[in-house]
Design a protein around this ligand. Structure first.
Ligand SMILES: [Fe+2]
Ligand SMILES: [Fe+2]
Length: 278
C-alpha cells in the first residue's frame, strides 16, 4: 500500500534543486505526490519537473505558487495573471497532473480514506504588518523597511484589478466547492499558503506575512472536516497544530536554505502517517 507524500518550493530554477528533482523517486509505485507550488519561474521548467514526477508517482497533484504565476522576461511564454494560470492548468492536463480545477480525488491508501483538495487561494494583504489596520498601511510599512515581495513586480492579477481581488474571487468559488463535499470524508487541504496566520508568526520580517495568505480562510480547517493542511511558501518546513488540525509546511526551499538545515526529515514528507512533529 502506498503513501501520500508532499513537497513544495522545488524552485528548480536553481541547478542543485533541479538535480534533486531528477533523483526524486517514490518508495512504492502506489505513492501519490502533492506538489504545493513554487516549482519554477518559467513554464517549461514547471513542465519538466511535473512531467518527470508524473512519470514516477502513481498520481501527482499540483497547486500553484506565486512563482509559477510570475511573468519573467526570459520566459518564452509571456501570458499573465488568469491567462497564465489557465496555461499552467492546460499544461498539467496534457501531462496527467491534477490541479485545483479538477474534481477532488479520494486517497484510499495509508491513512485514508481522505479527499484531496488542491486549492488556489492567494493572499489579500490582510496578514497586516505590525501596527497596521489596512492594506495601504501595511504596504507602506513594507516599503519603508524594504521587505517587499517580488510578486509586486512579476505577478500580474490581470484581468483583475489587484491580487487581492483575484484572491477574494478564488476564496468565494473554493468555499462553494468545499461546502459541497461529503462532510463524512476528511479532507486534505493543499494550498501554497497556510490557511491560518499563525505559521507566519515566526517570519524573520513580520511585514512579509501580507504576501502569505488571507484571514478569509481562518476557520476553514474547523468548518470543513480537515485531516491535514499542506502548504509551503514560507520555506520553514515544520508541523504545527491549530485547533487540533495538523498543518504541514513541506518546502524544499532555496539551496542556501536547505544546505543550512540539511533536510533532516527527507525531501518528501508523509502527510497522513508522519510522526507528530517532523
Ligand atoms: Fe518558494
Ligand atoms: Fe512562494
Amino acid at each position: 500500500m502506498g503513501s501520500l507524500l508532499a513537497v513544495s518550493d522545488l524552485h528548480i530554477t536553481y541547478a542543485e534543486n533541479r538535480e534533486i528533482v531528477a533523483e526524486l523517486r517514490p518508495d512504492s509505485p502506489d505513492d501519490w505526490l502533492i506538489v504545493a507550488g513554487d516549482v519554477a519561474d518559467q513554464l517549461h521548467d514547471v513542465r519538466w519537473a511535473l512531467e518527470t514526477l508524473a512519470g514516477r508517482f502513481a498520481k501527482v497533484i499540483w497547486t500553484p505558487g506565486n512563482h509559477e504565476l510570475w511573468t519573467v522576461r526570459a520566459d518564452p511564454v509571456q501570458s499573465k495573471g488568469v491567462e497564465r494560470y489557465n496555461d499552467l492548468v492546460a499544461m498539467c492536463r496534457e501531462i496527467g497532473v491534477l490541479t485545483p480545477e479538477d474534481p477532488y480525488v479520494q486517497w484510499t491508501g495509508d491513512g485514508g480514506p481522505v479527499l484531496i483538495a488542491p486549492l488556489f487561494i492567494g493572499y489579500d494583504y490582510t496578514f497586516y504588518a505590525p501596527g497596521c489596520t489596512t492594506k495601504e498601511e501595511s504596504l507602506a510599512y513594507a516599503r519603508d523597511t524594504g521587505i517587499v515581495c517580488t510578486d509586486e513586480v512579476y505577478l500580474s492579477p490581470d484581468p483583475y484589478e489587484s491580487r487581492d481581488d483575484w484572491c477574494r474571487a478564488r476564496v468565494a468559488l473554493t468555499e462553494a466547492r468545499l461546502s459541497e463535499c461529503d462532510p463524512a470524508v476528511p479532507l486534505v487541504l493543499v494550498n501554497h499558503y497556510p490557511l491560518v496566520r499563525e505559521p507566519t508568526r515566526i517570519l524573520r520580517f513580520p511585514e512579509f506575512a501580507q504576501w502569505c495568505g488571507t484571514v478569509l480562510t481562518a476557520d476553514w480547517h474547523t468548518r470543513f472536516n480537515t485531516a491535514a493542511m499542506v502548504y509551503g511558501h514560507l520555506h520553514i518546513p515544520r508541523i504545527t497544530h491549530h485547533d487540533g488540525v495538523r498543518f504541514q509546511e513541506v518546502s524544499l526551499g532555496y539551496p542556501r536554505e536547505w544546505r543550512r538545515h540539511g533536510n533532516p526529515h527527507g525531501i518528501l514528507r508523509r502527510v497522513l502517517t508522519a510522526p507528530a512533529h517532523v
